[in-house]
Design a protein around this ligand. Structure first.
Ligand SMILES: Nc1ncnc2c1ncn2[C@@H]1O[C@H](COP(=O)(O)OP(=O)(O)OP(=O)(O)O)[C@@H](O)[C@H]1O
Length: 258
């Protein structure tokens, strides 16, 4: 489980405080969406949760251990992240990229074994991109890369999965495919999932809970339909919208920017 305790963050000592006392916990098996306007600090928060950035104050723990204090290998066994952009400095094929997700499981002087290759194959199959395995990663489309990076994070088999805008390059079917796969695997393996999203409808459809960030803090935190409301969309996003209920599901109909 993730525990974020009164986290504060500034990018530069003299700069503005981007996160100003963010506090929440996520239980195993829970899928939480992080919603908030551009520049509100979603990526910054994800990087603090992954341990990549150390909060200016407060702390993040995973299963009781502070992530920022862990060596990279141990952190990779605790948290798997999919970042927003997927540049690779070398020319790897897709299978190699997914196999890299297993690095923390492989001994310092060993090569990936049969179990690692099997985990990589399974992850590619789960995300539905086995057919890409032999392609050069650099030649893939943005959406294909995103699917491969989700497979790599699943192959990593960490108890916490962080996804920063996992649907941003994806077509409609692949948006649904990635999020339904993440949900199913979270339930199956009891993963703790935090994902930033831009589309409140995807949050309503796939998240158990929504954290809405505004002004460096948590503006609202609760079950998706209680957080994705017309009032919060107006206050936090400056959008006039209606939230309708159709066949037991909620959907946002955005009318205009206020
Ligand atoms: N490396 C950096 N150095 C200085 N400021 C930064 C850096 N990265 C982000 N910021 C600033 O921190 C604030 C939060 O940025 P962040 O990327 O966390 O927002 P976000 O909510 O993920 O935005 P978006 O939805 O546009 O991706 C912004 O004002 C941004 O300009």
């Amino acid at each position: 489980m993730i525990r974020v305790s009164d986290v504060r963050f500034r990018h530069a000592a003299a700069g503005p405080e981007v996160l100003r006392g963010v506090d929440f916990a996520i239980a195993p098996g829970e899928v939480v969406a992080l919603l908030g306007p551009n520049g509100c600090g979603k990526t910054t928060l994800m990087r603090c949760v992954s341990g990549q950035w150390r909060p200016t104050a407060g702390q993040v723990t995973v299963a009781g251990h502070a992530v920022a204090n862990q060596p990279a290998r141990r952190r990779a066994l605790m948290v798997a992240s999919v970042a927003q952009d997927h540049e690779m400095s070398f020319d790897y094929d897709v299978f190699e990229v997914v196999l890299m997700g297993r690095t923390a499981h492989v001994g310092a002087f060993s090569a990936p074994g049969r179990r690692d290759r099997q985990a990589a194959e399974e992850a590619l199959a789960q995300v539905g991109v086995s057919a890409l395995a032999a392609r050069r990663f650099a030649e893939l489309s943005g959406g294909e890369r995103q699917m491969v990076m989700v497979a790599r994070a699943l192959a990593q088999a960490a108890p916490v999965l962080l996804l920063d805008e996992p649907t941003s390059h994806l077509d409609l079917r692949n948006q649904l495919l990635v999020l339904q796969t993440v949900r199913a695997i979270a339930a199956q393996r009891g993963l703790t999932v935090l994902m930033s999203l831009h589309d409140p409808n995807l949050a309503l459809a796939f998240a158990d809970r929504v954290l809405m960030l505004a002004d460096g803090g948590v503006h609202a935190d609760g079950p998706a339909p209680q957080v994705v409301t017309a009032a919060n969309l107006a206050t936090v996003f400056g959008v006039e919208a209606e939230v309708v209920e159709l066949a037991g599901r909620h959907a946002v109909v955005a009318r205009r920017a206020i």
